[in-house]
Design a protein around this ligand. Structure first.
Ligand code: ADP
Length: 617
C-alpha cells in the first residue's frame, strides 16, 4: 500500500505538473477570461483592500449576512471579510463555548425498557477526537440518552484535553489499578461534555501525557490495556454495574478478556459486553508478556480459538491480537455498516474469526450527531442556513473563499462572467476533509486536485497525515498549489474549519479505497455539499448515484467504482456538468441531500435491540 502512495506522488503527470507550475508560477492555466478575473482577485490585492477599506468591507459583510435572511454570527460582529493575511486565521477566532445539549430535541420517543450503558473508548468528540470513532461515541451516547437510557462515557484523561470544554469537572475517587506488578494510584473524575456524562481516568504514571490523543512518548498498547483494566477496577471499587459495557476498537478490546476471566469472578456480575469495530485495519498486535502486564496470563490466549494473531502462527514469537480476543470474548460484535460487514466476512485475516462468530456479528450504519452537525445552529458558521434558506450557504462559501484567498464568484465586477462564452461562470468548491492515510485513496485525492483545477473548480483539502512521508508529499503539493488560484491544501486538524468547509462546499469528495462507514459524506450532505464517493463499505450504503435510474428516489450524489483516475474523472465530470449546466437540478439535489435523515435517531434503535438481546434481566 505504501508503494502505491509513493507511486501516486511520483506519477509522471504530477512530475510534469510540477515542472509546468514552476515555469508558470504566476500565470493561471485557466481560460483567458477566467484568468483575468483571478488576477484581479489575487490574495495580495485583497489584502490591500482589507487594509484600506476595512469599514466598507465591514458593512459589506453584515449587509450580505442580512440579505442571507439570517443574522451574522455574533462572534463575527464588527469584523471584516477574512483574508489570508489576517493575523489570526478565520477558523481560530474566539468562538463561544457551545452547549449542544440545548439543541437536542426533547420530543424523542422514550424507550420503555431502560438500561445503563457505559462506553469505554479511546476517543470522544469534540474533546478527544481524531476521526470518526470520536463522533460515533458522542452521537450514539446522546441518542441513547435522548431515548431515556442512562449513559456514561469512560475516557482516558489525556493531557491534551481542553478542560474548559468540560462542565462540572469533579474528582470522584482515587483508587489503585494494576500495571506490570505495581498498583498505580489513579484518579477518576466526573464531568459533562456537551450534555453527556463522562468519567475521566487519570493514572499517576506517564500514560496519556503529551500534546495529542495518540502518539505520546509512552507505550500506547500497554497504556490502553492498563486503561481497560482501570475501567473495570473503577466499577468494582465504586459498585457501578451497568447493563452494557460498550467497548470500541482494539484499544479497549482487552476489557472483555479481563471482565470474563477476572472481574466476573470477583464482584462484577451484571454487565454484558458489546464491541464495535470501526476499522478492521487496526487490530492491536500484542506480545503475550505485554498482555500479562495487566495481570492476565498472556500465554492462555495464544490459541486459534482465542486471541492468537493467525498471521503469526509458526513465527517466533507468535503474537496476540487484542481485536480478535475482543471478537471472541464479547457478547455481541458490531461493525459500522451492512456493506462493511459483508466485506469483512469475505476478506481479511479476521474473516474466519468473524465467520465463526457470525451469529453475534451485526452491521449497523453509523449516524451523525445532528446537534453538533447542524447548519441551522452551528456556532462556527458566519451565517447559518437550512434546506429551505440556502442563501446563508452561499455566504459561507464566499467567506471561506475570501479567508483562503480563493477568487469569489459574485463579489466583483469581472467575476461571474466567463468572457470566452459570455455566460455566467460557475466555480464549484470541492472539499476533502480526511485523515491522510492510504485507506482514504491518497492517489485519487492528489489526482482530484489536478482534475478539479482543470475543470475550472476550486478544491480545499483539510487533512492530517500521521505518517511523516505522506505529510512531506502533501506539503510539497501544498507548496506547489497553494499560491495558485484554485487549490488550498491545509495540513492540520481543525474542528472549526471542518464545519466551515462543509458549509462552504458544493461537493464533498470521499474517494476511499475502503471505508467502514464514513462520516464525511453524511456530514457533507447535512451541510448541502453533494457527495462524490467510491462505492465501498458505508459509502455504498449512504450515497446513491443520480444516474442510477433503478434507484432514483434515493439518488443523492455521484458514485464511482474503480480505484483508477479515469473512474474518478467520470464522476467529477458528471458532477461539474450538472452544477454548471443545470443549476435548478443541482439545487434540488442539494436540498434532497440535506433532507436525508442520517441521524442517530434513525439508527440508534438497532443498537438498543442488540443491547437488549444480550443484557441480563
Ligand atoms: P475516519 O474515522 O476513518 O477518520 P470518518 O469519515 O468516519 O473517517 O470520520 C472522520 C471524521 O473526522 C469526520 O468528522 C471528519 O470531519 C473529521 N476529520 C478528518 N480529518 C479532519 C481534519 N483534518 N480536521 C478536522 N476534522 C477532520
Amino acid at each position: 500500500m505504501e508503494n502505491t502512495v509513493v507511486g501516486a506522488f511520483g506519477h509522471p503527470s504530477l512530475v510534469a505538473r510540477r515542472a509546468s507550475l514552476r515555469r508558470n508560477k504566476k500565470s493561471s492555466r485557466l481560460p483567458a477570461g477566467a484568468a483575468a478575473s483571478y488576477r484581479l482577485n489575487s490574495p495580495s490585492r485583497r489584502i490591500k483592500a482589507v487594509d484600506t477599506n476595512s469599514q466598507d468591507l465591514n458593512v459589506h459583510l453584515e449587509a450580505r449576512a442580512e440579505s442571507a435572511a439570517d443574522t451574522i454570527n455574533p462572534a463575527l460582529k464588527g469584523s471584516v471579510w477574512p483574508s489570508p493575511s489576517d493575523e489570526t486565521p478565520f477558523w481560530k477566532k474566539e468562538f463561544p463555548t457551545w452547549d449542544v445539549s440545548v439543541e437536542v430535541p426533547a420530543d424523542v420517543e422514550k424507550d420503555s425498557d431502560l438500561m445503563h450503558i457505559i462506553h469505554v473508548t479511546a476517543e470522544m468528540a469534540p474533546i478527544a477526537k481524531v476521526g470518526g470513532l470520536g463522533d460515533v461515541v458522542t452521537g450514539l451516547a446522546r441518542a441513547c440518552l435522548s431515548r431515556g437510557h442512562t449513559v456514561d462515557v469512560v475516557l482516558p484523561f489525556y493531557e491534551c484535553i481542553e478542560k474548559r470544554q468540560i462542565t462540572d469537572l469533579t474528582l470522584i475517587t482515587t483508587y489503585n489499578s494494576f500495571h506490570d506488578g505495581d498498583w498505580i494510584p489513579t484518579n477518576a473524575y466526573r464531568g459533562e461534555v456537551s450534555g453527556i456524562p463522562v468519567i475521566f481516568v487519570e493514572p499517576s504514571n506517564q500514560f496519556f501525557k503529551g500534546k495529542y490523543v495518540y502518539g505520546g512518548s509512552y507505550n500506547e498498547l500497554e497504556a490502553y490495556i492498563f486503561f481497560s483494566r482501570a475501567c473495570l477496577e473503577w466499577m468494582q471499587v465504586t459498585g457501578v454495574q451497568p447493563d452494557i459495557i460498550h467497548v470500541h476498537e482494539w484499544q479497549t478490546s482487552a476489557l472483555p478478556l479481563l471482565y470474563w476471566d477476572m472481574y466476573h469472578q470477583l464482584s462484577l456480575k451484571r454487565p454484558r459486553i458489546t464491541l464495535t469495530i470501526h476499522n478492521m485495519e487496526h487490530y492491536g498486535e500484542c506480545r503475550q508478556e505485554q498482555l500479562s502486564k495487566c495481570g492476565l496470563d498472556g500465554a492462555i490466549y495464544a490459541t486459534t480459538d482465542k486471541a492468537v494473531d493467525d498471521r503469526t502462527i509458526g513465527h517466533n514469537p507468535e503474537r496476540l491480537s487484542l481485536l480478535k480476543g475482543g471478537i471472541v470474548y464479547d457478547n455481541a460484535v458490531l461493525t459500522v455498516s451492512p456493506t462493511y460487514l459483508k466485506e469483512t466476512l469475505c476478506s481479511g485475516w479476521l474473516s474466519s474469526t468473524l465467520i465463526r462468530n457470525r451469529d453475534k456479528y451485526f452491521g449497523i450504519l453509523n449516524g451523525i450527531d445532528t446537534a453538533i452537525w447542524n447548519p441551522a445552529t452551528d456556532i462556527y458558521l458566519p451565517v447559518k442556513f437550512n434546506a429551505q434558506k440556502l442563501e446563508g450557504k452561499k455566504f459561507c462559501k464566499n467567506y471561506v473563499q475570501k479567508g483562503l484567498g480563493l477568487p469569489v464568484e459574485s463579489a466583483g465586477i469581472v467575476e461571474g462572467k466567463d468572457v470566452v462564452n459570455g455566460t455566467q461562470r460557475k466555480v464549484p468548491l470541492v472539499v476533502c476533509i480526511t485523515r491522510l492515510v492510504a485507506q482514504k485513496g491518497l492517489h485519487l485525492i492528489t489526482h482530484a486536485i489536478k482534475n478539479v483545477e482543470e475543470l475550472g473548480g476550486q478544491m480545499v483539502v483539510l487533512g492530517k497525515a500521521p505518517d511523516d512521508r505522506v505529510e512531506r508529499e502533501f506539503k510539497d503539493l501544498a507548496d506547489l498549489y497553494n499560491e495558485g488560484p484554485a487549490i488550498r491544501i491545509l495540513l492540520m486538524y481543525s474542528e472549526e474549519l471542518s464545519h466551515m468547509l462543509y458549509a462552504a462546499a458544493d461537493m464533498v469528495l470521499v474517494p476511499s479505497l475502503y471505508e467502514p462507514c464514513g462520516l464525511a459524506q453524511m456530514i457533507g450532505m447535512r451541510y448541502g455539499a453533494v457527495p462524490t464517493v467510491r462505492r465501498t463499505g458505508g459509502l455504498a450504503d449512504t450515497v446513491f448515484d443520480i444516474d442510477d435510474h433503478s434507484n432514483s428516489h434515493m439518488a443523492n450524489g455521484f458514485v464511482f467504482d474503480g480505484i483508477d483516475e479515469g473512474s474518478l474523472n467520470g464522476a467529477l465530470d458528471r458532477a461539474f456538468s450538472l452544477y454548471k449546466n443545470k443549476p435548478d437540478e443541482w439545487t434540488g439535489l442539494v436540498r434532497k441531500a440535506m433532507e436525508r435523515d442520517n441521524s442517530w435517531n434513525n439508527t440508534a434503535g438497532n443498537y438498543i435491540e442488540v443491547y437488549n438481546s444480550v443484557r441480563v434481566r
